[in-house]
Structures are given as structure tokens and as C-alpha cells.
Design a protein around this ligand. Sequence first.
Ligand SMILES: Nc1nc2c(ncn2[C@@H]2O[C@H](COP(=O)(O)OP(=O)(O)O)[C@@H](O)[C@H]2O)c(=O)[nH]1
Ligand SMILES: [Mg+2]
Length: 467
Amino acid sequence: MTATRDPQGDPQGSGPDTIVAISTPPGEGAIGIVRLSGPEAVAAVTSLFASSSGKRIDVSARRVFHGEIVDDGEVLDEVLVHVMRAPHSYTREDVVEINCHGGAGPVRAVLEAVLRRGVRLAEPGEFTKRAFLNGRLDLPQAEAVLDRIRAQTRAALHAAADAAHGALSKAIHAMNAALVEALARVEAAVDFPEEDLPELVDEALWDGIRDVHARMEALLATSERGRLLREGARIGIAGRPNVGKSSLFNALLRDARAIVTEHAGTTRDLIEEVITINGIPVRLTDTAGLRDASNEIERLGIAAAREALRNAHAMLLVIDAAEPRPEDPALLDELMTFEAPIVLALNKSDLRPDAPIPPWADACDSVVRVSALRGDGLTELEDALGRLLVGGAAPEGHEAMVTQAHQRDSLRRAAEAMDRLLANPHASPEFLSIDLRDAIAALGEITGETTPDDVLGRIFSSFCIGK
Ligand SMILES: Nc1nc2c(ncn2[C@@H]2O[C@H](COP(=O)(O)OP(=O)(O)O)[C@@H](O)[C@H]2O)c(=O)[nH]1
Ligand SMILES: [Mg+2]
């Protein structure tokens, strides 16, 4: 089912060349890995390897070889060498991994020795690109590799694992198969005289098309959550001084991160921490209380607060429920000039549990009574924020999810082609076939079958070198 394209050949066009990269992050660690892939991988390492047992690397043996990398008589490092023969490797080419001591010195010395054997430095993501080009992974699975590496929460990791197991690919292939079948019938109808059409382009065919369209819309609806899982969301806390913003920030963090005092104007700089809401990594920002400050430092803090709120995905407006003030609705008016939805937190509800919800709160997207001091209402607050970010709870099963912008764009184009199709049920088969073909091509861009080269280039270049 996966597309197999020819891997990039070398400039002479005689097949793929051999690449090498450091696959572990820079800095000190227990081990550092130099990885090679391509037809010359084994030969290049063999020429540098002095085995501790006196045996050469036996490529037929499935084992790890212990020895030293020796270049021109100079011992560079003590290593373990691991050979994975094509096609039983990540790239489906011969892959050799050299486990060095994990420091810049040994790893770089080994890399340079390999480069002197005529092996080329890999481009970012080139190992994974080869895995894709050789049909080992389709595009959503290749992209899931990067999503796994970057996952900041369990939910993001699970979504990437589902994609790696082919959840999205399967959903797309199923839609694609249904559309290809519809296309075959529509195109057969092209060759028939007008009066025979109803037999081929019948109600069952339209039912099938409507069903695929509904599945596309359902999948598109996952894209906002998918994007936030990958990229994270930003939530800014706003309010007058002393209403308990920093206390609420600390309560949501379950940590005394921001300084809390009874003095107004305590928080001046932005304070940011990452929390998880509904599986989404959220950068929560505590800000200086918004007021007309006379102090220069506080004024700068307030300007920074406004900037953070302008860039937020959601805002948390905190008021003191025990001591509501006429400035509160004015503050809401200001926040409403920013884009993001607003949750109103009536804080200090321990002091006045029956405090009325102010009438202007109707303009907020959600209202929650909390006590930062006692930790009351935090779950309700998180739920309200989570709902505003993605609308509804996290999906339970291993459903297909759209996480990448280009996937969403292609899916949207496919759905638009289906919209056109469904809007003209009496169009001639020639026209139906054009829309079906557009939808099929757009779906193929998601799985990698018809993805334009510049999009592929962008996808793989966002990987790190060595992956
Ligand atoms: N009773 C009560 N006091 C609170 C609550 N939240 C904050 N405070 C107090 O309100 C004062 C100001 O809190 P702080 O978090 O610094 O407010 P900020 O200026 O908005 O960041 C401190 O004395 C807090 O202990 C609450 O839920 N209940
Ligand atoms: Mg504060």
C-alpha cells in the first residue's frame, strides 16, 4: 500500500550513496552513536575497525562487535558496532551503528574518519527520508517519528504512536479505496449513452461519496487538537493586582513558583511554566496586574502582560469574588479586543462562597468559582480551559488524528472537491470524475503517494541530522 519511490541516487546516477551522521545529541553522555546507511556502510566501518577478538566484522552474524576504531594507526575510540543488513533496517539499506563514548571528542573523531572513507554527511532527516522512499514507512508514519521525538505529554506521545502504527494512513487509504471505486464507475459511465447512466451512477454510489465526505469532516475536526498536541498552547492569566493571579498560577502548577504577597504589584515580569491540560502541553503565563501604574518597572511589566495576552490561545481573567470592583468589566472589555476566548475565574470564593456572578460575565466564554488558597475549583477550571482550546474531551481510542498543517490543508482540499461533487449531483460523469480525481490526489498527498517534492523536502528538513 505504501508508495515506493527511488531513493536519491548519487550524482552519477548509480544508485543511492552512503550517508553518515551523529545520531545522538551534542554534549556529554554515556554513549554517542555514529550511524551509517547505504551500500558502502559495512565496508567503510570494516576498514576502520580493529576487533578486540581479532575477528573481522561478520555481516552474516546478528551480533554486536566490540573493538576499536583505528584510523591510520591512531586509536580513536573503543566502540561497539552493530550491523543491520538490508532490508532489515530502519532505512532498508545496510545500516551500521557505531556506539562510541558519548562526548564530542570521540564521536566527532569517528565521524571524521568515516567521512574520509568517502561516505557523505547525511542531511537532516535523511535516514527517515530513505525509510520513506524505500517503502519502509509511509509519510504519516515518517512524520510520526518526529512527533514522537518532540512529544511533550503522554497524550502527544500516544497520538504519535497511533500515527506510527498507521491509524491515519489506514483512515486515508480506506477513503481513497472508496473514491477509486466510485471513480471507476463514474468513468465507465462516460462511455455509456445517456439512458444507461442510472445503473452506474446510482444512489448507492452517492451514499458512498457522502460517507467518505463525512469521514473527511470528522478527521478534519481532529486537526486543532492534533496541532495543539504537537505545538502546545499558550494561556495568559490576567486581572487587577492582588486578585490572586499568582496564587492561581501556583495552584494550577501545584508548585509555589510565583511570589505571592498581600501587596499589589508584586508580579512584574512574566512568569511562565508548562502544565498539561487535557493532554495538551500548555505554557501558562502569570502576568503583572493590569492597572495604571506609576512605577516604571511595573509599567514595563504591564506592557509585557498585554503582549502575552495578545498572543494567547486562551485567557484566564481573575477577579476577587469577595471584592468585585467597577474596573473588572472594563478589563474584560480590553481582553475582548484580543482574539482568544476568555474564562472568568471568581477567585477567593472561600471568603464569599455565595458571591453573585456579575452580569457582565455573560460576555465570557466560561465562568468558574475557585479558591486558589484552598485549591477549590481547579479541575473545573482546567476543564473549562481545555474545552475552549479544543472543544470537548480527549478521544479515548486509537483514532486517526491529523497533526500536521500540510495534512490538514490536503484534507481540506479533498473535502472541498467532495463539496463540489455533492453540490452537482446531476453533473455529467466527466465532471464528476474531475472532482473525484482532485479528492484522490489530495488524499495521496497525505500518505506520500503524490506529495510534491518541495513539501517532502520541508517535512524531512525539519528533522534533526542523524534521524
Ligand atoms: N482568601 C483567599 N486569599 C487569596 C486567594 N488567592 C489569593 N489570595 C491572597 O490574595 C493576595 C494576593 O495574591 P496574589 O496571588 O499575589 O495576587 P496577584 O497580585 O493577582 O498575583 C495574597 O495575600 C494571597 O494570599 C484565595 O483564593 N482566597
Ligand atoms: Mg502576582
